[in-house]
Ligand binder design. Sequence first.
Ligand SMILES: Cc1cc2nc3c(=O)[nH]c(=O)nc-3n(C[C@H](O)[C@H](O)[C@H](O)COP(=O)(O)OP(=O)(O)OC[C@H]3O[C@@H](n4cnc5c(N)ncnc54)[C@H](O)[C@@H]3O)c2cc1C
Length: 191
Amino acid sequence: MSAAGDSTITVIGAGIFGVCTALELLDRGHSVTLIEQFEDGDSRTTSNGITRNIRFSHGDDLWYTRSARAAKTLWTNLEARLATELMDECGVAWFSHDEEGWAGASQKTLEAEGIPVERLDPSEGTKLYPSFGYDDLAFIVLEPDAGVLSFSTPLQSGTRPEFRPIRMWKTQTPFTAAAAWTVFPSRSALI
Ligand SMILES: Cc1cc2nc3c(=O)[nH]c(=O)nc-3n(C[C@H](O)[C@H](O)[C@H](O)COP(=O)(O)OP(=O)(O)OC[C@H]3O[C@@H](n4cnc5c(N)ncnc54)[C@H](O)[C@@H]3O)c2cc1C
């Protein structure tokens, strides 16, 4: 890739990775084209799923824990940039049957990293879920600022002012590398 500000870069795919890559390239001064085969909000785009969550528990795996936490900062930055709520910090609760298990290890890692985490008595689970049966549980690990992610809003890319500098191209069919060589100049980069 050449120095900032002097190249045209084409990103194929307007999922979360493609959109964030396009925005980053824009910030670095490049001219960006973003190609997508589907219309905004299409459920075949993985990022549009309604079940996506962000949480920091990864047992004793420090790399994943820190990576997830760093991702939260990036989501917060994206929310600010788009002036849109993308995260619902409703909390994530892990139900554990024994002290030595994954949830207990996660709690220790989160505490060591200074990431908000609480240990709840199983009976407190009824405050989270009124019909909850907790007889066989040892404890609950609650991550209060984890929660649900929604990416469908940023995909309204054609209409949002933040995306206007990006050239959006809806292809309706999968864009192929072979087509790229006929459409784009030789100095373009494809991602
Ligand atoms: C069931 C499920 C649950 C998940 N849960 C979570 C979760 O809880 N938390 C979490 O962080 N992650 C979760 N993930 C993973 C997360 O959703 C994905 O890692 C993320 O959305 C991938 O983003 P992406 O931009 O790489 O891909 P996508 O969102 O799939 O975007 C790729 C885009 O590229 C387009 N495209 C591809 N090829 C072409 C082409 N040739 N021409 C034109 N367009 C093209 C596609 O149409 C698509 O829109 C989950 C995934 C699944 C499937």
